[in-house]
Design a protein around this ligand. Structure first.
Ligand SMILES: [Zn+2]
Length: 399
């Protein structure tokens, strides 16, 4: 097990100024099967494709906590109203993945925003209700409240029915791949972070959080494949804050991960990035989609307006083409690999005034004439997402 170097000091995620405060079901349970038709049903189901949605950092600043408190109407915290614009997309997907950037405080508080985040545990239920299935939890803030913070976060997520990966309470939890059902596929999700803001990972608890180390990530992906994963998705918390361009670490690690093959088949099928607080590009690297950074999904107002802009990544996977052949092998799709048949993105803006609310900028009517902030966000996100030629590889904006 290799430990990557913890980079940087107490990095960003700050909030500027102090702004005033201002539902439904998800779940994609498998249908039960029984009787002699079970095998055939299994075979038929195995041929179904699936849709995957992923979104950026849930960065719970003080102003977000205040909004959640106001939305709860006096008791507790309700984050669902803030992210309700993501609900149709997340609950409509076969698999919806979020990024839980912060750790949770004790049930009764106190809670805090930047710089050492302790988020109300109510967030887990709100995210689940919005339609999310699983979240990455490896971030530079994973150790903000020590191992207790990790424990509280994973406990609350588990209680809400949200799967999680990237941090762990014990070696066993850290070693088990997270396997998710999506359509007829088994999807493994793995998650890693570049570092923990200079807070050392305790020597006796190296399993608390997964750090980026390409050889280890590839080994984990291969282990997930051996455990039966049809598709391996890797969530990466990386990049340089406030920089749209992917940095050297992102580019070099993306190259290594997407180049990894076993028996002609790629080891990793999709990379989903978070952390930079600004929307970053989507790019096909070695034939595999890499989302360098989705930006923030939830965040308070920051000095740079890009901090409240994000994209949702949307991919359709189809089962292997039995015909296979040389092309498939060259593209890393040989040996039974699932293929991405549709790649899309949806631009979102977290408005911070008059209340904190997520807006889908591709939805009909959301960019009504005269709203300069939304129009600016729409253009900024689109430009960033497409800045490395993704449109040529078929990436399309989706409402
Ligand atoms: Zn971060």
């Amino acid at each position: 097990m290799a430990a990557a170097t913890a980079l940087g000091g107490l990095a960003g995620c700050g909030e500027s100024g102090r702004s005033a405060p201002g539902a439904g079901t998800g779940g994609h349970a498998e249908a039960g099967r029984e009787g002699s038709g079970a095998v055939r049903q299994e075979q038929q189901q195995a041929r179904h494709g699936f849709t995957l949605v992923a979104t950026g950092d849930l960065l719970v600043h003080d102003s977000i906590i205040r909004q959640a408190k106001a939305d709860a109407g006096g008791s507790g915290y309700e984050f669902g109203r803030m992210i309700s614009a993501a609900k149709p997309m997340a609950s409509g997907a076969d698999l919806a993945i979020c990024h839980m950037e912060t750790v949770y405080g004790p049930d009764g508080g106190p809670f805090s925003g930047y710089p050492l985040f302790e988020t109300p545990p109510h967030l887990a239920a709100s995210v689940k209700k919005a339609g999310y299935d699983s979240c990455s939890t490896a971030s530079n803030h994973t150790l903000d409240a020590g191992s207790k913070g990790v424990g509280r976060t994973l406990k609350a997520m588990g209680a809400a029915g949200l799967r999680h990966v990237g941090s762990a309470r014990n070696p066993k939890e850290a070693a088990a791949p997270v396997m998710l059902r999506a359509g007829g596929a088994k999807v493994a999700q793995l998650a890693y972070t570049y570092g923990t803001n200079g807070i050392p990972v305790p020597k006796d608890k190296p399993w608390l959080v997964n750090l980026i180390e390409p050889r280890r990530i590839i080994a984990d992906a291969r282990a997930a494949r051996r455990a039966g994963a049809d598709v391996v998705v890797v969530s990466m918390h990386w990049g340089t804050e406030w920089q749209q361009e992917p940095d050297a670490l992102q580019r070099s690690v993306a190259k290594k991960l997407t180049a990894a093959r076993s028996g002609g088949r790629r080891d990793i099928d999709l990379i989903l990035g978070t952390h930079a607080h600004v929307p970053q590009a989507y790019e096909k690297v070695n034939g595999t989609w890499v989302v360098y950074g989705m930006g923030d999904q939830i965040a308070g107002k920051m000095n740079d307006p890009r901090g409240t802009m994000g994209s949702a990544a949307r991919f359709r996977f189809e089962p292997p083409d039995e015909r296979g052949g040389g092309d498939a092998k060259r593209n890393g799709t040989g040996g039974g690999a699932w293929r991405v048949t549709r790649a899309g993105f949806t631009p979102f803006l977290m408005e911070t005034s008059p209340r904190h609310t997520l807006v889908n900028l591709a939805a009909k009517g959301s960019r009504a004439a005269g709203n300069a902030e939304r129009e600016h966000a729409y253009r900024t996100i689109r430009k960033a997402v497409l800045s490395r030629g993704a449109a040529r590889d078929g990436l399309r904006m989706m409402p």
